[in-house]
Design a protein around this ligand. Structure first.
Ligand code: DX5
Ligand code: ZN
Length: 243
């Protein structure tokens, strides 16, 4: 079966840089998760961002594969699983079975990063590497050619509703340059996702720095009309990257 993300790409008729908005369910009403997934999809969500926290790698505990499987029947867009879990390898097949399209992990949570990327691909999912605000770019030196996505944390992971850390923008720009160089040399396309404190009033700067996937939790679920909020975010992102 075709990965849902490939299916989404096949029908992609958007401008040069395809902007994707990924609402983070961490800020949704947990008592009505299925309904919340359907609501953000109806409002234009391109991905569903699913944050997994283990009270070990990060100081918070959220949801696991059973909850991912429970929302799967409601999801018509790819589920983008962000694992803040250490060690990470054992839980990866569980999330693939639970319907994840993309699985991203932090290099600090894996002893053998190349093996973890391979494991995600073997499970039929897209693989992402997550860089915390203080995690150096050298983690991409020997991984970028294998990755489908790089996720730049613009807050320290563990909680929603934190303030955007401005110095992460230069990291986004540096990764955009590396991805563009890889593609220009005939290499793999890689999505560049930013997560944490992204809102309507700063998404333009994040897009201008080179991101194309925007995670937003409180900025979307904290507003009364998801569609109005996401349309404003998309317009600001497209305007900033010339779309
Ligand atoms: C933080 C999570 C984020 C979080 C973003 O560890 O990875 O996905 O939900 O929430 P906001 O958009 O509220 O900063
Ligand atoms: Zn996240």
């Amino acid at each position: 079966m075709m990965n849902p993300l490939d299916a989404a790409r096949k029908s992609d008729r958007s401008p040069a840089r395809h902007i994707r908005i990924a609402p983070s369910l961490l800020a949704a009403d947990f008592a009505r998760l299925g309904e919340e997934v359907r609501a953000v999809q109806a409002a234009g969500a391109d991905l569903i961002h699913f944050d997994v926290m283990d009270n070990h790698f990060v100081p918070n505990l959220s949801v696991g594969p059973m909850v991912c499987a429970a929302i799967r029947p409601h999801a018509t867009v790819p589920i983008d699983v962000h694992l803040m879990v250490s060690p990470v390898d054992r839980i990866i097949p569980d999330f693939a079975r639970a319907g994840a399209a993309i699985i991203s992990f932090h290099p600090e949570a894996s002893v053998h990063v190349d093996r973890t990327i391979g494991l995600i691909h073997e499970q039929g999912c897209k693989a992402g590497l997550v860089l915390n605000p203080a995690t150096p770019l050298h983690w991409l030196d020997h991984t970028l050619a294998q990755l489908d996505l790089v996720l730049v944390m613009s807050v320290n992971p563990g909680f929603g509703g934190q303030a955007f850390i401005e110095h992460t923008l230069s990291k986004v720009a540096a990764i955009r340059a590396r991805i563009d160089a890889q593609v220009a040399a005939g290499g793999r396309e890689v999505m560049l996702e930013v997560d944490g404190g992204v809102k309507t009033d700063n998404i333009g700067r994040v897009a201008a720095a080179g991101a194309d996937v925007f995670v937003a939790g409180s900025a979307i679920f904290g507003t009364p009309d998801y569609q109005v909020t996401m349309a404003a975010m998309r317009a600001a992102a497209l305007a900033a990257c010339g779309g």
